[in-house]
Design a protein around this ligand. Sequence first.
Ligand code: ATP
Ligand code: MG
Length: 254
Amino acid sequence: MTKILAITNQKGGVGKTTTSINLAASLAASGRRILLVDLDPQGNATMGSGVNKNNLTQTIYHVLLGSQTISAVLNTSEFGKYDLIPANRNLAGAEVEMIDLDKREARLKIALDEVEGVYDYILIDCPPALNILTLNGLCAAHAVIIPMQCEYYALEGLSDLVNTIKKVRGKFNHTLRIEGLLRTMFDPRNILAQQVSDQLKQHFGDKVYKTIIPRNIRLAEAPGFGKPVMVHDKMSKGAQAYLAFAKEILEATK
Ligand code: ATP
Ligand code: MG
């Protein structure tokens, strides 16, 4: 069975896309068949996968609006060895255009039925908002991975997200779960980060992944080359952390 994971946090710049790309590539490196869905009009997961968002005529936008199928818009990340459903700024218009559509929260879920069983994992890179795009991600997913930075306002934002997930569970996707929380851009010398991390473990217990993603310059550089970090610099701390994270995911979801 295909396991569908939404990578989401309405807070911007917390490492959703970095996690999506590098988890996709790390899982692919261990022989899993992976599809990454870019659900963000910024198209960062697309560019970071080495696909130029500006040259695309067919994207996830066309899938959500019903004019294309998943297989018709499929791209591949040459360096990452995973398949990609790309996005670009067209997608920003989808919210308004989807208003009159039937079952507008379930468009992605229904479209992904076409590739059920083709992949071991489908990862969905959500935009930094609790909008109809994110709602489509949450309705399509079996579970949610929440990347977060351990800083002052992180816990507050987290309770909004947890409430949203509860509402989605009640109304649309009864089995949606939080798969886990991933601490990103972590600096162990930062005392506040340590404190927030401790609070996180108190609140969420073993939902907090053991793997911690450190702040690492190689992770920030890699998307500029359209490569996952393990191709850009395999021995870097960032690459090693995401490879360890993929192992933890494989262990938890087997
Ligand atoms: P958005 O909400 O805009 O979609 P995001 O949550 O997807 O953002 P990213 O784009 O993954 O976040 O990361 C934000 C910025 O931080 C990017 O420039 C990225 O390269 C950088 N970054 C992410 N993780 C790390 C890390 N562990 N170490 C250093 N830089 C990082
Ligand atoms: Mg992003």
